[in-house]
Ligand binder design. Sequence first.
Ligand SMILES: Cc1ncc(COP(=O)(O)O)c(C=O)c1O
Length: 420
Amino acid sequence: MCLKSVVSGFSPTSRGTMDAVGAPRAVPLPERVIEPPPGSDDRVTISPRLELDLGVVARAHRAFRDALPEAEVAYAVKANPHPEVLALLAEQGASVDLASIGELDACLLAGVPPARMSWGNPVKKAADVRAAVAAGVRRFTTDASADVDLLARLAPGAAITVRLGADDTGSATPFAGKFGVAPDEAAALLIRARDAGLRPHGLGFHPGSQQTDPDAWRRGIVAAARAVERFGQPVPELNVGGGFPTGHGTGPVPDLATCAAAIRGALATHAEVPGVGSWRPSLVAEPGRALVADAGVLVSEVVLVTERAGRRWVYLDVGRYQGLAETEGEMIVYRLRTPGHPPDAPRGPVVLAGPTCDGDDVLYRHADVRLALDLAAGDVVEILGAGAYTASYASVGFNGLPPLPTVIRRATHETPEETA
Ligand SMILES: Cc1ncc(COP(=O)(O)O)c(C=O)c1O
């Protein structure tokens, strides 16, 4: 039983306490604590809301460490930057992968030591690098010569990881060439970094989020071994990215042990690099989705059910603009639950849509989504596995609708086995 629920949001415009480095800062707003009414259970009635169970996050982090104990686990903050998530993972010794000054601030406030931070976004401004350096961050990922030059100027001596372009076939949300370079170019960037006074420390790749083919990690490691060969010496670190999948509504996914085995197998195959010799890099992994997705249930309410051109349309009070961005192109198909209806209630296909006046705000037209035939306005629809890439994607107020609030569940986290 949870003692209290905490609702919080983020303000992209509020100014934080760390202005000294000269950049506008985005920091979490103070939390609003909602006490449950006396005598009630602890469910709050705001809708939509993301209910996030910290116990599940703690377990997912432990499971990840157990599956890949040889890796430094650097949580990808973008998946869910809620202050409670960051504080929990910081306390459990996780490192973090940062993409912006806002994420840097959130991690500093959560108590993550700068030595456990790395700036994984290859696209950055001078102000980003200055803020990171001022905070004590010494590890950066890059994939372009202009960015190497920027880092050499503003972060001399920093450890540099060059990101390889990964073949992200099998990913539900592929990067499609947005990041990364071929092995030859990666080697050239490592050399450029070394010549410019940076530390050519690592190679990395990201196989694409919700990656369902473990072979994607092998392909990334093959590319990294080629880059080592071209560079002519073994880099000390390999970053195998995130991408570790969680169960959504589109069938079974490989478990962490299978992905870890693919990583270990490929590293063993490439432990000897032609012309270089032994290559046994230390590992970094940057899971985002795998640590938080299963901790989240997005609780929503049906606003309208109607018939259009022979199809049943169900409109929820949450949509593309309140956090369900990953339904774009029906990339992620969430599992749904309707607590007010027995599991064996007759169901039929629906088009599922969000509440805004925007034509894009349709979640699923093609996916086989079936909901109870007697579903009506006011009924609750729970969207499962929604702890990642939802609250952090919500718009600040499109159509006057507020960003998705998060309700933290601490109950499981506070049990002895979770804190042990
Ligand atoms: C650099 C980097 N690392 C890690 C992640 C996390 O990926 P995932 O949530 O699929 O584990 C992302 C996601 O976009 C990323 O861009």
